[in-house]
Design a protein around this ligand. Structure first.
Ligand code: NAD
Ligand code: MG
Length: 297
C-alpha cells in the first residue's frame, strides 16, 4: 500500500554508525565532513507556508542554519544569510543550490561578536529584502574545555558575545523594523537542561538564550510578535568537529540517545518552519526540543 512507502523508522532513517575522527579549525566547513551532514538539500519539500516572508538567518551556511535556510526558501521566503568569512565555501554552495531553484538568497558574512556589525546586518537584511518579518537566530560557537582552570577569559567572553550578546544587539535593531505578525526563533540546546561537564561556558549561554527568549516573548506579545526557541540534542554538524567535542567523543557522537544516533540538521527544519509560520499563532515563549529522546524537561 502506498502509505507504507512513506512510513520510515527514525532509528535507521539516517546514518547511525560510528563517525571517523576528524578535526577542522573553527568554524569548520560542512562540505569537508565525513559523512557530509544532511541539511535537506535533496529532501526538503516546500509547500508555500512562508510565501512572501522576509527572513534573516544567522549561521545559515551550514548545519541547522543551512537546513533552515533551505526550508525557508523552499517555503517561499526570501532570505539573507549570515556566517563567518571563513565559511564562504559553504555559503556559496547554499546560494548556488537555492538560486538554481529560483529562490532569492543574499549572503552577508561577518562576526556576530561585534555589536556594530549586528546592527549593520539587520539594516542590510531590511535593505536587501525590502523589510524583515522572520528571524532565525541559529549561529553559535562551542569549544569544549575539560577543566574550569583552563577556560580562558577570552573564550568565556567570545562564547557569551556570539551566543548571547548578539541576540540583544540584533533584536534591538530589528525591533525598529519588525511588523506585527513577525516571528523570532532563537536556538538554545539540550545543554540548557542537561549541561555537560566540559561545556561550562557554552551550556550557560544556552540557559541565557532560553531566558532571553521567554522574557522577550512576554515583552513583545502585545506587539503581535512571537518569540520561541529550538533546543537541539546531538546533531551532526561542523560545530562538533571544530572544537565542540573532544575527538574521543566523535565516533559515538549521539549514540547515547534513545534513538541511538545523532540527528541530522534536516530533522530540525520542520520545527523552525512551524514556529515561523502562522500555524504556530498561539505559540510564544516556548522551547521545542529535537533531541532524539533525551527530553528537555
Ligand atoms: P554549525 O557549525 O553548522 O553552525 C554554527 C554557525 O554559527 C556557523 O556556521 C557560523 O556561521 C556561526 N558562527 C559561529 N561563530 C560566529 C561568529 N562569531 N559570527 C557569526 N557567525 C558565527 O553548527 P550547528 O550545530 O548547526 O549550530 C547551529 C546552532 O545549533 C548553534 O547555536 C548551536 O549552539 C546549536 N546547537 C547545536 C547542537 C549540535 O549538536 N550540533 C546541539 C544543540 C544546539
Ligand atoms: Mg558553518
Amino acid at each position: 500500500m502506498a502509505y507504507k512507502e512513506d512510513l520510515k523508522n527514525p532509528v535507521d532513517m539516517y546514518y547511525s554508525g560510528e563517525y571517523e575522527k576528524q578535526e577542522q579549525p573553527y568554524p569548520g566547513i560542512q562540505s569537508d565532513m565525513k559523512p557530509v551532514p544532511d541539511s535537506g538539500e535533496k529532501s526538503y519539500v516546500g509547500h508555500g507556508r512562508l510565501q512572501g516572508r522576509k527572513a534573516l538567518i544567522t549561521g545559515g551556511d551550514s548545519g541547522i542554519g543551512r537546513a533552515v535556510a533551505i526550508a525557508f526558501a523552499r517555503e517561499g521566503a526570501d532570505i539573507l544569510v549570515n556566517y563567518l568569512p571563513d565559511e564562504q565555501k559553504d555559503a556559496d554552495s547554499l546560494k548556488e543550490l537555492l538560486e538554481q531553484e529560483g529562490h532569492t538568497v543574499y549572503l552577508y558574512p561577518g562576526n556576530l561578536g561585534d555589536e556594530e556589525f549586528c546592527g549593520e546586518l539587520v539594516r542590510e537584511a531590511v535593505d536587501k529584502l525590502g523589510g524583515l518579518d522572520l528571524m532565525a537566530l541559529v549561529a553559535g560557537r562551542q569549544h569544549a574545555v575539560e577543566n574550569l582552570e583552563d577556560l580562558s577569559t577570552q573564550q568565556l567572553r567570545e562564547t557569551f558575545e556570539v551566543n548571547v550578546f548578539s541576540l540583544y544587539w540584533i533584536m534591538k535593531e530589528a525591533l525598529k523594523y519588525l511588523p506585527e505578525g513577525s516571528s523570532v526563533i532563537t536556538t538554545t540546546s539540550i545543554q540548557d537542561y542537561q549541561p555537560s561537564p566540559n561545556l561550562l561556558d557554552y551550556a550557560a549561554t544556552k540557559s541565557a538564550i532560553t531566558a532571553f527568549t521567554r522574557a522577550l516573548a512576554k515583552q513583545l506579545a502585545k506587539k503581535g510578535i512571537r518569540v520561541n526557541s529550538v533546543a537541539p540534542g546531538p546533531i551532526w554538524t561542523p560545530l562538533q568537529i571544530s572544537g565542540g567535542q573532544p575527538q574521543s567523543h566523535i565516533p559515538e557522537f549521539g549514540h547515547n540517545t534513545p534513538l541511538g544516533r545523532a540527528g541530522e540538521p534536516a530533522e530540525l527544519a520542520g520545527v523552525y518552519v512551524f514556529l515561523a509560520s502562522n500555524e504556530s499563532s498561539y505559540v510564544t515563549a516556548e522551547v521545542y526540543g529535537v533531541t532524539g529522546g533525551n527530553h528537555t524537561e
